[in-house]
Ligand binder design. Structure first.
Ligand code: 0PR
Length: 376
């Protein structure tokens, strides 16, 4: 057997998105144009802009365009294409922590998060020695704004809000949170790893992003919802001047200092985002997201109509979480797995969730619904 046979054999042991059966993932088969671009830049290193000066220009272009999607209205926004949402969340908290130390001399930093926060925020807080304080959830399963107000102290370095939470796909009420943040002079970090490049296109909620005064940093990942290959996360700041608080200038390198966690960074990731923006186009991306959202909404309505599941409000992104009235969620997940479906939980409400990525087609979801109803 030659190498490609061996690799194909190993690869075939794990499922493919094209089977449609992976209902748990925020990642899908990458766009072929993005893959081509990735491949062409596979040897380039965005950690060395002494060598790859034109890659630097490409990254600047990409960050500029993506920041605009996220509500940037000035030419002061900045950021980087990084390894993923976890790194982007880490960088945001690192930056806001250092900023708070410098500006307000906060030495025992705290953040206020939602009970549905992604664990990468907890990981970063742990590494950065930041205390995590949980807000309450309101009846819509979003951060309760009054509880945020009550939890703000002089040690609060950031409020972390979701724009498309991992479990439920919901968007916290950023407009109201922003008022509390502004009055208390606390920055907001928006974890829009999933929702950042969906919400501006499907317009289910009024996503203001950087247009809100107190939003300093945003995570929004191309490898989730711009269909670029892994690893391409997005770390964005409203004002790139503050990047100096996480800047390191290695003495032996004669180029732009590092403002990311990793030194070596994938140039392929940058090229793939560039390819999507220039040769696929946002109109096409918007169409895909609208289609996914429509399927999610149809599914939500159908499942509600059966009377066999508790639902948690109209979806705001293409994620639907539901809980069977008469079957244990974990048992249901196991039974579905035996029929080839891969689906994860939305633990805050002890339910199951489907993420409607482009590989989850109408036919796939009908088949899923049949299986689901047969089991419960
Ligand atoms: N923030 C949010 C809101 C996320 O949902 C995720 C990942 C992250 C940050 C971290 O992003 P990275 O994984 O890029 O570091 N959310 C998905 C999840 O935990 C990641 C994922 C994707 C998991 C595909 C499984 C999978 O098959 O569900």
């Amino acid at each position: 057997m030659n190498l490609s046979d061996i690799l194909a054999q190993i690869r075939a042991k794990d499922p493919f998105y094209s089977s449609g059966r992976i209902l748990s993932s925020m990642v899908t088969t990458p766009d072929s144009v993005a893959v081509k671009a990735f491949y062409m830049f596979i040897d380039t290193n965005a950690g060395d802009y002494g060598v790859f000066k034109n890659l630097a220009k490409m990254e600047k272009y990409v960050i500029g365009k993506l920041s605009q999607i996220l509500g940037c209205v000035s030419n002061e926004c900045g950021g980087y294409i990084v390894s993923g949402g976890s790194e982007a969340n880490f960088l945001s908290l690192w930056l806001l922590r250092n900023l708070a130390l410098k500006m307000k001399n906060i030495r025992k930093p705290e953040i206020i998060v939602s009970p549905t926060v992604h664990y990468s925020i907890l990981k970063a807080a742990n590494a950065l020695n930041i205390r995590v304080v949980y807000s309450k959830l309101n009846k819509h399963l979003k951060m309760d704004v009054t509880s945020i107000q009550n939890l703000v102290t002089k040690r609060t370095i950031a409020i972390v809000a979701n724009a498309g939470s991992t479990e439920l796909g919901f968007v916290d009420d950023l407009n109201s949170i922003s008022k509390v943040a502004y009055e208390n002079e606390v920055p907001i970090h928006v974890d829009a790893a999933y929702g950042g490049f969906i919400l501006p296109f499907i317009k289910t909620v009024d996503f203001q992003g950087f247009r809100l005064e107190s939003v300093y940093t945003i995570t929004a990942d191309p490898h989730k919802t711009l269909f670029t290959p892994i690893p391409s996360g997005g770390f964005f700041v409203k004002n790139r001047k503050i990047l100096k608080y996480i800047r390191f200038a290695p003495k032996y390198l004669n180029h732009k200092p590092s403002e990311t966690l990793t030194g070596t960074r994938s140039g392929g990731a940058i090229a793939s985002v560039y390819a999507i923006l220039r040769f696929v186009g946002l109109r096409e991306i918007a169409k895909i997201h609208r289609k996914c959202y429509k399927l999610a909404l149809d599914f939500y309505r159908k499942i509600k109509r059966t009377g066999k599941f508790k639902t948690f409000g109209k979806p705001e992104t293409p994620i639907v979480c539901f809980k069977p009235f008469d079957t244990d969620s974990r048992e249901l997940i196991k039974a579905l797995r035996r029929r080839g479906w891969i689906i994860y939980r939305c633990p805050v409400v002890d339910g199951l969730r489907v993420v409607f990525m482009p590989h989850v087609t109408k036919d796939v979801i009908e088949e899923f619904l049949d299986d689901l109803l047969e089991i419960v």
